[in-house]
Design a protein around this ligand. Sequence first.
Ligand SMILES: *[C@@H]1O[C@H](CO)[C@@H](O)[C@H](O)[C@H]1NC(C)=O
Ligand SMILES: *[C@@H]1O[C@H](CO)[C@@H](O)[C@H](O)[C@H]1NC(C)=O
Ligand SMILES: *[C@@H]1O[C@H](CO)[C@@H](O)[C@H](O)[C@H]1NC(C)=O
Ligand SMILES: *[C@@H]1O[C@H](CO)[C@@H](O)[C@H](O)[C@H]1NC(C)=O
Length: 407
Amino acid sequence: MHKEQVLLLALVPAVLGCLNADSNSCASFIKSQVATASPFCATFTKTVVTATTGLPSWATNCSNKPSMISAECSCAYTGGSNPTTTLVTTTRAATATTTTTRAATTTGSGGTGTGCAPVNQLAGFGASASGAGTSGGTTVTSCSALTAAAKNGGVIKVSGLLSGCGVVDLISGTSLLGVGSNSGIVDGGIRIKDANNVIVRNLKFSPAKKGDAVSLDGATNVWIDHNEFYSLGLVGGKDDYDGLLDITHGSNLVTVSWNKFRDHWKGSLVGHSDNNASEDTGKLKVTYHHNSFNNVNSRLPSLRFGTGHMYSNCYTNCPTSGVNSRMGAQVLVENCSFTNVPLSVVTNLDSDANGYATERNNIFAGTSTTRITQASSFSPPYSYTMTSASNACGCVNSSAGVGIVTF
Ligand SMILES: *[C@@H]1O[C@H](CO)[C@@H](O)[C@H](O)[C@H]1NC(C)=O
Ligand SMILES: *[C@@H]1O[C@H](CO)[C@@H](O)[C@H](O)[C@H]1NC(C)=O
Ligand SMILES: *[C@@H]1O[C@H](CO)[C@@H](O)[C@H](O)[C@H]1NC(C)=O
Ligand SMILES: *[C@@H]1O[C@H](CO)[C@@H](O)[C@H](O)[C@H]1NC(C)=O
């Protein structure tokens, strides 16, 4: 986007809220009627319009409101001479961060970008997870040392990329922390099974074939923060690898924050089966905030039975689906940015019973759509700090992943 256009968009406050093209006829027209809308938008957004005169007849579906048309034009097109090929991704014009009061836990280091929520605070369903804290502990540089240390729990610092460790089990009261900006577990993974109070931060994870990178199985009070999850991309078979972060078998009270998920088929599965409701009902309470999902096919996350709160995540180029609410799951998706994510939020895919979802204040750009058949009734029982949807990708791109909060 050109600088002048960014500046111009900043003058139009309504640009912050892109409407859902599935449910709003103005947004739908502007997004789908490219031949009419995009040439119109190309000139329209270059003028600060204050009157309703001169608006075309289709603008009645935009309530004849210049601000709404301008906002939707900005959401769908950058304008200019070739608008059909310049779909807007996100607008990084100056916007305010929405702040609600909260009791924050701040640990370790880490800064805060302009217009971004604090990058080093624990909020959400996993807010009670402290692991073993972040100081002292054992530093490991080999798989054998990691496996031995994991049996004792406490603070374990991984230094360097450890490859081929198999699946390492973590026990209750563990902090698994990466040293610097290039530490992690590749061609292997970790499992938190029937354990309580574990934190996992600042680590790279790339799974072994057929395995998960990180799996929570009957785990409670867990914080997964500032990690990077990836494999080879959308190549080979969909089932060559398993999930990047799977949360199953009645796991509960989990916060997944400021992580980067990229280049993989199956993102994050919450609830492993349609057929074991008794195990998961009333559990699987998860918060995903300020994560990026780029070039991950689906499950961002896929949630069965549980309760999911997704805010200020950045989704780009995820070709099948985004937040997939199934089997009566309750989901709230707010202040997120979706670019080229078909079925960004969906409630009737893949399972016998539909899920519930509410989306508000999100940006849906490019090929992004939603398919919500029933609204959720869930409202978060905690306070939290969001980043606006228009700033989400900028803040997450620069402050999620490894090397931001270091140990
Ligand atoms: C306005 O919206 C309605 C309802 O979605 C639709 O039927 C109609 O065709 C739209 N009008 C124009 C001019 O696009
Ligand atoms: C179903 O849930 C029970 C616990 O409620 C568990 O022991 C069992 O392994 C689960 N079975 C499957 C197939 O997931
Ligand atoms: C973020 O979401 C909240 C609640 O849905 C909304 O009130 C607020 O306007 C949004 N903030 C921004 C900056 O878009
Ligand atoms: C964020 O990163 C994604 C993936 O690389 C990219 O597609 C997107 O344009 C970036 N957005 C911003 C605002 O930096």
